[in-house]
Design a protein around this ligand. Sequence first.
Ligand SMILES: [Zn+2]
Length: 364
Amino acid sequence: MKSGTKSIDLGGRRLIAMRDVQDAVTAGATSIVAAENCVVTPSARDFLQQHGVELVTEKSAGGSQQAAQPASSAIAGPSVVNRRLFSTPEAEAIKKEICSVGRKLWMRQFVDGNGGNISYRIGPNEVLCSPTLVSKYDLTPDDIGMTDLEGVQIAGAKPRTSELLLHLEIYKVVPEAKAVVHCHPPHATAYAITGRVPPNLIIPEFEVFVGKVAVSPYETPGTQAFAETVLPYVKSHNTVLLSNHGIVCWADTVTHAEWYAEVLETYCWTLMLAAQLGAPISRISEEQGSDLLALKKKLGLPDIRFDASRMKECQLSDLEVPNSIALEPTPCDGPTGRSGTTTDGDLESLVRSVTDAVMDAMEK
Ligand SMILES: [Zn+2]
């Protein structure tokens, strides 16, 4: 090897994500070797490019190396599971993190009874998850189980939560999602049960860490139909309001997913408090909002507003409704009804109702 170059072999991985490439760059890698069938997440690929690190693919058997081809953005559904992952030092650390996040959720009153659930994708086809029927306050590392991406339990004494199916759908379509937190924080859930979303451009932290929130349609919790309700939204939102239920957030770590739940809940709560003061809510300007959006892009966080083709129907600050603390989701947030599909007629009536609300507010 030439001096000044360092190759890090990640040939055993089926998935290479942001954390992996950050670790490799920190370790001084100038190139990374990946297996031919490995999925490299788009953000990890961008990160490597930005740091001038070469990505080399290697055939698993012959060892001949060639330039990397663009990887599919979806996980390729491997069927082989690695049971050994369950007791690695990394798994033990994550089990502890899941427990401490569970306790945070309970302490903040984001979960009641045995509600809420937490998971982490530790391998390409392996997910650590909280069990059913245990309060998140009482979780211990021994309660955490492991399933495959289809929800079949492969390790752990306690049965997995039925709502894990929701988490698994997110992992299947969002390669960047390594952790999912689902909970029922009261103020955000108040928005979810009214089918309304909080307006944007009021508090910077919300813009950067959460941003535009979508509302997914209602289905019976724990079912596959429920799990699939979030699919139209989770690629461009890291936080979704679940109609008549609660919220779900995904992130690169369990701790970060819980942060997004905190940011959304506090935002919804603050808007409700502000509404009681009876004074106008001041807004961040569109220009300053664009700065926040640029910062968000830099952090690699998703936002539907990055998609220029959908910006027209999804303006930065929504349709301005003075002093509003809740808006009808805009069409780009997707369906709000129970059917899970939106017809042209639905969209038209939604646009008309928002336009009417704006006109009413302007006449006052
Ligand atoms: Zn729930």
